[in-house]
Design a protein around this ligand. Sequence first.
Ligand code: TYD
Length: 134
Amino acid sequence: LQNESSIFNIKELGDERGALTVIESMNNIPFDIKRVFYIYGTASGIRRGFHAHHKTRQVLISVAGKCKVHLDNTKRKKEVELDSPTKALILEPNDWHEMYDFSPDCVLLVLASELYQAEDYIRNYDKFLEVYSV
Ligand code: TYD
């Protein structure tokens, strides 16, 4: 049984100096963070992602600018907008995802539960349907 990908809010610790937001493994995100990467300088009109995973869970946060994410777990499709450094998407492995409508200043931070392993990716949509529809 898979969890449902969902949006959650991260508390902002703001004061007159500005804002600060904290992410802690196993505290406000539900896994141990093994890998961090960020996507930025995305060219206009680009769509990227186009994969699901076998095992990797991720959290996506647009720490600057904004983008949208298309999610498809074979039973439902949805579009979410990441437009705030306090808005996080928990992306479960069974969601085929495509990121799009990046603003030129978008920095999309991704926290992952696993190290990079090409074998954990499902990059073929028909294969994805085979693995996850049932
Ligand atoms: P890719 O998976 O194509 O990005 P996206 O899914 O966002 O479209 O990744 C781009 C390249 O970076 C690809 O050659 C794999 C490599 N890569 C790593 O080496 N380590 C990583 O952790 C990630 C996410 C990608």
